[in-house]
Design a protein around this ligand. Structure first.
Ligand code: NAD
Length: 291
């Protein structure tokens, strides 16, 4: 089946990136959120990010204008339901996602494929509560979406081959590469990456190193492009905690217990770059470690 129109639900960090790359690839995009403010910010940010690509000569001014022209922001879920492929990229909470799939159900076309950009929640479980588990897939982009090459495609137990192939064709049209993952908690990338971040937080919690030394050690000692705490701030500490909880509950292994210090940062509302404070404080000109 051919995909021409794409509905993106959730206009946060991931949703705006997904709308951006889909529009550049020529898809008609409908972007929605519960908050008009989030939608306004997302459209402004997409414009800014496209401008940056023009100034770096990655795309032309015409391509930018055409992409912006293909994105429509809407608070109306009926418009999202009328698309060929829905990508849910709202907050990483199962109850939030569940409510979204329930509310959009009456608006879906029979052929619409439903997907979630969830970092960790069971695709099979999300799918089982919809009217179309065979047309449900995990469509997991990496952050920042315009820059990262990989997309994980996660089949639930009931996902059919036609749905998988249609989504694979979308990934290819974006010029990205798909990794096929089985539906177990946090899939491939986050199963490996987020416990490493959690271990870095334990290293901080136990006083083995401070924020700067831990990040420097992993950059210079393991050749990582970013330190794990810097990366955690970038991903969002609430998202990291949510993923650890899913691993802990889903795999029933204490090695995945979230570090109490990670929980404390989230309780403080210090969620990383998006709230201007996390393991670093971003309110000044330069990020300053908070420990
Ligand atoms: N941040 C990352 O690095 C990353 C990477 C890959 C996947 N993800 C996944 O992508 C999803 C979104 O993450 P994010 O980092 O963009 O979060 P975010 O907090 O930046 O954005 C979430 C958006 O969802 C909106 N929202 C909340 N409830 C909603 C509802 N009922 N209907 C519509 N919109 C709603 C919020 O208003 C917000 O704008 C999560 O499932 C996350 O696990 C995140």
């Amino acid at each position: 089946m051919e995909i021409n129109t794409i509905g993106v639900i959730g206009a946060g960090q991931m949703g705006n990136g997904i709308a951006h790359v889909m529009a550049l690839a020529g898809y008609e995009v409908r972007l929605s959120d519960i908050s008009q403010d989030a939608l306004d910010k997302a459209i402004a940010l997409i414009g800014k990010n496209l401008d940056r690509q023009v100034s770096r000569e990655k795309i032309t001014a015409e391509e930018r204008d055409a992409a912006m022209g293909r994105i429509r922001a809407t608070l109306d879920l009926a418009e999202i339901g009328a698309t060929d492929l829905v990508i849910e990229a709202a907050t990483e909470q199962e109850s939030v996602k569940q409510k979204i799939f329930d509310s959009i159900a009456p608006h879906l076309k029979p052929h619409t494929i439903l997907t979630s950009n969830t970092s960790s929640i069971s695709i099979t479980r999300l799918a089982s509560r919809t009217d179309r588990p065979e047309k449900f897939l995990g469509f997991h982009f990496m952050n920042p979406v315009p820059l990262m090459q990989l997309v994980e495609l996660i089949r639930g137990i009931a996902t059919d081959q036609e749905t998988y192939k249609a989504c694979l064709a979308v990934v290819e049209r974006l010029g990205k590469t798909a990794a096929s993952a089985e539906d177990f908690p946090a899939f491939i990338v986050n199963r490996i990456l987020v416990p490493m971040i959690n271990e870095a937080v334990y290293t901080l919690y136990e006083g083995v190193g401070n924020v700067r030394s831990i990040d420097m050690a992993m950059k210079l000692g393991a050749n990582h492009p970013m330190g794990p705490l810097e990366l955690a701030d970038f991903i969002g500490l609430d998202t990291c905690l949510a993923i650890m909880n899913v691993l802990h509950e889903g795999l029933a292994d204490t090695k995945y217990r979230p570090c109490p210090l990670l929980t404390k940062y989230v309780e403080a509302g210090w969620l990383g770059r998006k709230t201007k404070r996390g393991f670093y404080d971003y309110r000044g000109d330069e990020p300053v470690p908070t420990r």
